[in-house]
Design a protein around this ligand. Structure first.
Ligand code: GLN
Length: 527
């Protein structure tokens, strides 16, 4: 196959329809058909990246291996396809404007008047195409954030319209919309979808395929009606009903022929043998549906919101499926924590975070776990709280703290390190992306990973203070993962406890559906 095909996924009527899941499902299906795929997200907001966005508004910030802070949808893309994304896969209006303004300042435009069309739209097009430059992919799926009709998404729509014209025959437009059910009337309504498609058509984009989100099953007659009103072939109107698990969505889309229609549109054949890859996915879903044994994990954090710790939740769930256990997740609010909140919990995860809020609850939860030998998994800030708790209670350093919380403390067991300042000297202050880590001989983590060297993704500023390492080791907290380059402590564990491991990195970003992360898998198996 020569040349790349482009699929654009837009959404209409309302937000939160699950465009990310549909894009991921399309990626999975095309990948299963033997094609090389990547999925990228273009967000119309003006922030440069989602790194500083409030988790209450945007959920978790996901991090790519090359250190880009991105929208959580990239987590879905990676978990579904197992394909690693890069900084090119995440774009915002802010970044696009920044690039155009930088060029203007450098004089690249030779005194021309800079306008949304063509300068902003050209920059959008350039970035949509960026992943195609090396011929690595057969398909590039581009998901556009927001909803059709939003003022800020207009330049993206214009860029797509132009690309469809320029690359005729190599692009496909998939529009995800909503069919509401009006209980009082007892009817499903197609009008919002018709309006949404009209809006898209008004921008010069005729969708090729419609995916209708619905809470109730849609009969053929309704799908045909939508097809005829929206100028779309009947077999290209597909429904996406609510399902018990997001991982069933690719199978549901496949049953309705979404992948077959996409391939047909591009004149490509569905290779039957490639579909055997889907059997492995089916197997996962079958296992997921048949879980009987369940365990409860307390998620100790400050954001009581499904999306705030998305990758951790999915990592626990996926590890659970592979371990044959349904993981029930109980959110434990660290701001109001008392040990009663852990009644009936089989293990806890101390979540990542920034700032002081809810810190004491995390320390108290660690103390309870350490004293009662409750399996405990600390991630990033969670690991830092394990270290502080140990210093205060076992080493007897009552004022032990992180300089993030208490810059003046004498026992700054978590501190900004010189090495880290060097790494982040390029403007940003965070250690972001993948770093190598050596696992010490005889440690629990080396046994779990089954190897001596790993790479994992980071997103933090503060580090274990190496000046205190000997004190911790002597008292029973071992530093069993050290940064390959500079000896920063990446993992701590207390080997005498059932499962007490803290990681400075974020293992949750690396989980995929077919490959659970070894730490999550081992943690869930221990419960
Ligand atoms: N706030 C801590 C730091 O900056 C931890 C960050 C995190 O949990 N991602 O080091």
């Amino acid at each position: 196959m020569s040349g790349t095909f482009f699929i654009f996924v837009t959404g209409g009527v309302v937000s939160s329809l699950g465009k990310g899941i549909i894009s991921s499902s399309i990626g999975k299906l095309l990948q299963s058909s033997g094609y090389r795929v990547t999925i990228q997200k273009f967000d119309p907001y003006i922030n440069i990246d989602p790194g500083t966005l409030n988790p209450y508004e945007h959920g978790e910030c996901y991090v790519t291996e090359d250190g880009m802070e991105t929208d959580l949808d990239l987590g879905h893309y990676e978990r579904f396809t197992g394909i690693r994304t890069t900084r090119r896969n995440s774009m915002t209006t802010g970044k696009i404007y920044q690039a155009v303004i930088d060029k203007e300042r450098r004089g690249d435009y030779l005194g021309k008047t800079i306008q949304v069309v063509p300068h902003i739209t050209d920059e959008i097009k350039r970035r949509i195409m960026a992943n195609a430059s090396e011929g690595e992919f057969d398909f590039i799926i581009t998901e556009i954030g927001g909803t059709i009709g939003d003022i800020e998404s207009a330049p993206f729509m214009e860029a797509i319209r132009q690309l469809r014209w320029e690359l005729s025959g190599r692009t496909l437009s998939i529009h995800l919309t909503y069919i509401p059910y009006l209980r009082a009337a007892g009817e499903l309504k197609t009008k919002p979808t018709q309006h949404s498609v009209k809006e898209l058509q008004g921008m010069g984009i005729q969708p090729d395929i419609l995916v209708l989100r619905t809470e109730k099953h849609l009969e053929r007659g309704l799908l045909d009606k939508v097809a005829s009103f929206c100028n779309v072939a009947k077999d290209c109107v597909i429904q996406s009903e609510d399902l018990p698990s997001i991982y069933e969505v690719p199978l549901n889309m496949h049953r309705q022929g979404l992948d077959a229609r996409i391939l047909e549109k591009f004149g490509l054949k569905q290779e039957p043998e490639h579909l055997q890859a889907l059997a492995v996915w089916e197997d996962f879903v079958r296992k997921e549906k048949s879980l009987t044994d369940s365990v409860t994990v307390g998620l100790v954090g400050k954001y009581d919101l499904q999306d705030a710790y998305k990758s951790i939740r999915e990592s626990l769930h996926i590890a659970g499926v592979h371990a044959g256990r349904k993981v029930e997740i109980r959110f434990v609010n660290s701001e109001t924590f008392t040990p009663d909140a852990l009644a009936g919990v089989d293990g806890i995860v101390i979540c990542p975070g920034f700032g002081r809020r809810g810190i004491q609850g995390k320390i108290d939860a660690v103390r309870y776990a350490r004293e009662h030998d409750l399996p405990c998994f600390g991630i990033c800030l969670g690991m830092q709280m394990m270290v502080i708790e140990f210093a205060r209670d076992v080493l007897g350093w009552a004022d032990a703290d992180s300089t993030e919380m208490n810059p003046k403390t004498a026992h700054n067991v978590i501190d900004l390190m010189e090495e880290q300042k060097k790494i982040t000297a390029m403007g940003g202050t965070m250690r972001l992306g993948t770093y190598g880590c050596d696992l010490s001989e005889g440690s629990r983590v080396r046994n779990i990973y089954g190897c001596a060297h790993i790479t994992e993704r980071h997103r933090h500023r503060y580090e274990f203070n190496n000046a205190c390492r000997a004190d911790f080791e002597a008292a029973g907290m071992r530093c069993t993962g050290l940064n390959t380059e500079n000896d920063l402590v990446e993992i701590v564990e207390i080997p005498t406890l059932r499962w007490f491991i803290g990681t400075q990195f974020h293992p949750e970003y690396a989980t995929t559906v077919l490959q659970p992360h070894p730490l999550f898998l081992d943690f869930v198996k221990t419960l």
